[in-house]
Design a protein. Structure first.
Length: 278
């Protein structure tokens, strides 16, 4: 092979190497900028995604403090919220309301935040390189977890008995505000309550329990029903009340609320009632 041929061969190899290096650089740049563009913009206060694409589900807790809780019920209440916030996936929201006889959502909403993610949530090489695990841990513990715990403790301290207990009305308002037209999956409403509806229109305290078929034909039902479009689970933590345990522990009571949520309001068919001891 002549000198000129060897030079041409060397040049060709050089061009190939340069081409490969360029291709690798382009691939790295594409990977970086592609991941950068996919990064979700987060609200610095709530840690919730700023876009409204409804990709992430919601958990809404309604806390009924219209009647006092005893010590055991308060401890359960606090423990349940602690466990609940640990179950919220990254970017999903947790919103806490208290039951308000004035039906004022602005007053009854206590906190609404999204899980910013834990160190365990970090997936992929890009995230591991670009995110500081200590910063992530601090954001979750101090920005998300502690704020929720502090607010719930504050709710317990300031619990204030009320004259009425409009469970159905508050459920309707929350369902409409939080879930009307909401398309994301994995949604849940959790209600910590004695579930003893008590208003001037319907009082389980005074009138006892009516059957759901009978109730579903009343004007009250037509006024209060809404639709969750089979996109929201409902879970009840039932606070036992002295003097009403016979009603609360009856199969009619469980059937009434199960039919009310699943048939009347089109919740998912995984409705659950769990008794709170105490």
């Amino acid at each position: 092979m002549s000198f000129r041929d060897r030079k041409r061969s060397g040049d060709l190899i050089g061009y190939i190497i340069m081409g490969l290096v360029t291709l690798v650089c382009i691939s790295i740049a594409y990977f970086f900028f592609s991941n950068e563009s996919k990064k979700i913009k987060i609200d610095p206060i709530t840690f919730c995604p700023k876009d409204k694409k409804e990709r992430f589900g919601k958990t809404v807790a309604l806390l009924d403090l219209t009647d006092p809780l005893n010590k055991a019920q308060k401890e359960f209440f606090l423990k349940e919220i602690e466990e609940l916030k640990d179950q919220i996936p990254k970017h999903y929201s947790l919103t806490i309301y208290t039951l308000d006889e004035d039906l004022d959502l602005g007053k009854s909403i206590k906190i609404s935040m999204c899980n910013p993610g834990t160190v365990e949530d970090i997936k992929g090489a890009y995230d591991k390189i670009s995110i500081n695990p200590k910063e992530i841990k601090k954001k979750w513990e101090e920005g998300f977890s502690k704020q929720i715990s502090d607010e719930v403790n504050n709710i317990i301290i300031k619990e204030n008995s009320q004259n009425t207990s409009p469970v159905m009305e508050m459920f309707q308002l929350i369902a409409l505000k939080e879930f009307k037209g909401f398309k994301a999956k994995d949604n849940k409403i959790i209600i910590l309550s004695d579930m003893l509806q008590n208003t001037s229109e319907m009082s389980m305290y005074q009138d006892g329990l009516v059957s759901y078929p009978k109730f579903s034909k009343t004007e009250n039902f037509l006024r209060l029903k809404t639709s969750l479009n089979y996109n929201v689970s409902v879970e009840i933590f039932l606070i036992q009340r002295d003097g009403f345990r016979k009603i609360q522990n009856s199969s009619n009571f469980y059937n009434f609320w199960g039919q009310y949520f699943m048939m009347g309001n089109k919740a998912k068919d995984d409705f659950v009632i769990k008794k709170v001891s105490g």
